[in-house]
Design a protein around this ligand. Structure first.
Ligand code: NAG
Ligand code: NAG
Ligand code: NAG
Ligand code: ZN
Length: 438
């Protein structure tokens, strides 16, 4: 259901012509057309001015990849940039890794706060194979473009850009969420690159995820002299792996079960391993489906322990929610993208992946569109091919286009009360839906 609840987000676009009503008012909720084309133009202008700097920033981050919670250089580069852009910067914000940060801009008196996220982390050995260098500059572009609009149109409100570490397996946003980093935000927006048709922006959801860590304990023995004295933990892990491989055939195509062995300590060829560890990810469109799939996965590992005579310990290794794309925010982005930059789809994007932003989307109105970048054959996210794709100029401009749509949507959250009410209503309505499928 996670994709279909958004399928009719955009009624056929009907351009709004002032002469139809005689009296155009800026407050009029737009039905198609662009809300406040003057603001849209200011956003486009600011992003065009920053183009060269944003490109340099993106390539700098790309050339110096750092894995989750080690984004020290990336933290410095981004916070220095935001400092120069006139934001109030809080370095080493909240998290023990010291790599999270916050950049705030306040203007006028009172008003709503719009939140934005910049991801920063790379993948071990692959570099920016998930294109988080693009997500980093998208956050910067959105925040700077909104700032320009706030100043030009004397808008009262605030912008909070969070530098969010460790999206890949570290749940950085969830820890920031727990520590109150999102509490001021009326809504939060960000985006993520993926393969897809040129110009397409995806509003698909993401899968709920549950991670488990499985440990097997056996008994060492000389592998040749007295193997019968041993209890082989590696055998147990391999049997468990094969069990889930067999189970996969009976799972729905929307579900994912996968994992890797963690390198065993003290493994040697002529010693029967007394310890092995397997980390397994279970994903499905809803939390309920993750739980029911988990019930089928656990016996696979337990059966392997029994067959090999090992003892087993299974522990939770973190979980994230599916992604709830706010319908009103999605409608607005879809309208802008369709009128100006490209198309909207629900099939591409990061539909079958997961994100720590899922938990954020359960707490406040949120939007996390995917945007297509040109990729090599078999070069989707988490491959060296995607790392190369994330540095192309085409990817850069795709990133800036979605950033313009997000910035305009973010400004509308702040200045248009009726629009914001629609955003809130969509959030409350979705709460009912999502709680029915828990
Ligand atoms: C900007 O808005 C504030 C209210 O937030 C008002 O006091 C101020 O006069 C406005 N400035 C201009 C130049 O219109
Ligand atoms: C897993 O594999 C073990 C060992 O081959 C077997 O005994 C067990 O029945 C399997 N369990 C499942 C759920 O496939
Ligand atoms: C995300 O939220 C769910 C539900 O509250 C929770 O079970 C899960 O642990 C959260 N994720 C993390 C990493 O805390
Ligand atoms: Zn990613």
């Amino acid at each position: 259901m996670t994709t279909t609840d958004l399928e009719n987000v955009s009624p056929p676009v009907q351009a709004w012509r002032p002469e139809d009503t005689g009296k155009p008012t800026p407050e009029r909720p737009s039905v198609g057309g662009i809300f406040r084309p003057d603001i849209m133009a200011a956003i486009e202008q600011r992003i065009a001015e920053l183009d060269t700097d944003l490109r340099a920033l993106s390539l700098d981050i790309h050339e110096h990849p750092e894995i989750g919670y080690e984004e020290r250089r990336t933290h410095d580069v981004l916070t220095n940039f935001m400092d120069k852009q006139g934001f109030e910067v809080e370095r080493h914000y909240l998290l023990p890794s010291q790599t999270a940060w916050k950049a705030t801009f306040k203007h006028g008196r009172g008003g709503r706060t719009i939140g934005v996220n910049s991801e920063m982390d790379a993948l071990k050995g692959i570099g920016h194979g998930c294109g988080h260098n693009l997500i980093a500059i998208a956050g910067v572009a959105v925040a700077c473009a909104m700032k320009a609009a706030f100043e030009k149109f004397n808008i009262s409100g605030a912008i909070e850009l969070l530098g969010t570490p460790a999206e890949e397996g570290g749940d950085g946003k969830v820890h920031l969420l727990e520590q109150g980093a999102y509490k001021n935000m009326a809504a939060c927006i960000m985006c993520h690159p993926a393969p897809g048709p040129k110009g397409s922006v995806s509003l698909s959801s993401c899968l709920a995820l549950h991670r488990i860590q499985v440990q097997y304990f056996g008994h060492t023995a000389h592998a040749a002299l007295s193997p019968w004295e041993g209890v082989n933990a590696l055998d147990a892990a391999v049997l468990g792996y094969n069990n889930i491989s067999a189970l996969r055939q009976q799972l729905k195509p929307t579900h994912r079960v996968h994992g890797i062995f963690h390198e065993g300590k003290d493994w040697q060829t002529n010693v029967i391993p007394d310890f092995a560890e397997f980390v397994c990810y279970v994903r499905a469109p809803t939390r309920a489906e993750v739980q029911s799939t988990l019930k089928r996965v656990l016996p696979c590992f337990e059966g392997a322990a029994m067959a090999s005579g090992c003892t087993i310990k299974i522990e939770d290794y973190g979980a994230t929610h599916d992604l709830r794309q706010n319908k009103a925010l999605g409608d607005e982005v879809a309208n802008i993208v369709r009128s100006k930059y490209g198309s909207i789809d629900y099939e591409w994007g990061i539909k079958s992946a997961s994100t720590d932003f899922g938990n954020v989307s359960y707490e406040l109105p949120s939007l996390h569109p995917g945007f297509a970048i040109p990729t090599e054959e078999n070069g989707g996210n988490h491959t060296p091919g995607f790392t190369r794709a994330a540095a192309t100029i085409e990817a850069h401009y795709a990133c800036l286009d979605v950033s313009k749509a997000l910035a305009a949507t973010g400004v509308r959250v702040v200045i248009d009360d009726r629009f914001f009410q629609r955003v809130r209503n969509a959030f409350e309505k979705d709460k009912i839906i999502r709680d029915m499928i828990v």
